[in-house]
Write a protein that binds this ligand. Structure first.
Ligand code: GLA
Length: 377
């Protein structure tokens, strides 16, 4: 058990799944994520100095950050997310006070469930709590996104940080990434539930392929907007795109087709979820994966085998790779009574086909940031 005696606050932020709407957030589209009960929790207390001391429940040692030189730590092996988050928050004019932080993360790293967003968002919320500041979770999400972009170097959209900060228990989110308006839809799936399976292929979005996809969508839109009156790629309709597709070189056309059709799938998924049509939601998830595999090319051998294996079980009605891609977690819609058999089938078949041991994570849809006062200093 972690000894948390003497800490003033317990602050958590969530990992997330994305149900559908992949690689459209940075194109101004709508996405449908949900926050998870897998979280990064920060125990925090003021220490009366100008240093932020960061410790972890799973790592030895402490990293000490100078609160007046937070721009200096981008190269750190451990502590760079915390430093980047603190720096982004400070750059927005917020007061940073010296504090001790103990980080306890139950979001598995590097598997597409947004452990980095959970760390950044909970760090900022902890800094605000310990400074006695009320905070707006949307501003926390925006600052965390700045940290990821400017400090970590992934030119990400807003989906992960927004879901991590603003998620709600039992709710799917319908986030409009152009306006930052969010609707909450009860994640009622009839007799079905989501099963999360990690393909255990290590991945990182900091290796450049994510940024490359983003640049391709920008290039595609720059060409299309010469003839179309649209604010962003997500506003282009499938009919408009097919009329103008000849203008785009092949790769850009494939990327644009994914984005435009994925946005259309999100619109249909919203209706399906509101109408309780879980079968349709499952079919849309299948199509989303197919498009990521063939047009956007962000899946890869292991995730494709995992999705195929999931879909070959009769209890499963839809399956897709979730998150940035190139490895990571697959979410599958599975009939509740069939879950144990489904897991058994997937883990065994996948191991036989790839030589890798996949892992299933148990998680519910939960709140984003939570702040609990645990001790009066
Ligand atoms: C990563 C990014 C998000 C989003 C997804 C793909 O998780 O951080 O902003 O672009 O990839 O949907």
């Amino acid at each position: 058990m972690t000894d948390v005696k003497g800490y003033a606050y317990k602050v958590s932020a969530s990992g997330r799944i994305n149900i559908i709407g992949e690689h459209v957030d940075y194109c101004g589209g709508k996405v449908m994520p949900a926050a998870l009960s897998l979280k990064n929790t920060v125990y925090v207390r003021p220490n009366g100095t100008r240093r932020i001391n960061v410790a972890w429940t799973t790592l030895p040692g402490t990293v000490s950050l100078d609160a007046d030189a937070l721009h200096n730590y981008a190269g750190l092996e451990y502590g760079n997310y915390q430093a980047g988050a603190a720096f982004a928050w400070q750059s927005r004019g917020h007061r940073i006070i010296g504090c001790d932080m103990l980080h306890d993360c139950s979001v598995p790293f590097g598997c597409g469930l947004s452990s980095s967003a959970a760390i950044e968002v909970s760090t900022i919320a902890a800094l605000a709590a310990v400074a006695g500041e009320e905070f707006d979770p949307v501003e926390v999400a925006l600052a965390a996104q700045e940290a990821e972009r400017e400090y970590v170097g992934v030119n990400c959209g807003i989906m992960d940080q927004y879901a991590s900060a603003c998620g709600r228990k039992g709710m799917a989110m319908l986030l409009d990434c152009k306006t930052l308006e969010c609707e909450y839809i009860p994640a009622e799936l009839g007799g079905y539930c989501f099963v999360l399976t990690d393909c255990r292929k290590p991945r990182s979005l900091a290796d450049g392929r994510y940024n490359e996809r983003r640049a391709e969508t920008e290039e595609a839109f720059a060409i299309l907007r010469r003839v179309l009156d649209a604010d962003c790629l997500a506003d282009v309709t499938p009919a408009q795109l097919s009329r103008c597709a000849y203008m785009l070189p092949k790769t850009l056309r494939m990327r644009a087709e994914h984005v435009v059709n994925e946005c259309e799938r999100v619109r249909t998924a919203e209706k399906a979820l509101r109408a309780g049509n879980t079968e349709l939601l499952g079919r849309l998830m299948d199509r989303s994966h197919y498009s990521l595999k063939n047009l956007y090319r962000t899946t890869g051998h292991e995730p494709d085998v995992l999705v195929e294996t999931a879909r070959s079980h009769p209890a499963c009605i839809g399956s897709r790779l979730t998150g940035g891609g190139f490895g990571g977690c697959v979410i599958s819609l599975v009939k509740k009574q069939g879950v144990p058999e489904f897991k058994d089938h997937v883990l065994k078949t996948y191991a036989r086909r790839t030589g890798l041991n996949a892992v299933c994570y148990d998680a519910d849809i939960d709140d984003g940031i939570t702040v609990e006062k645990i001790y009066d200093n």
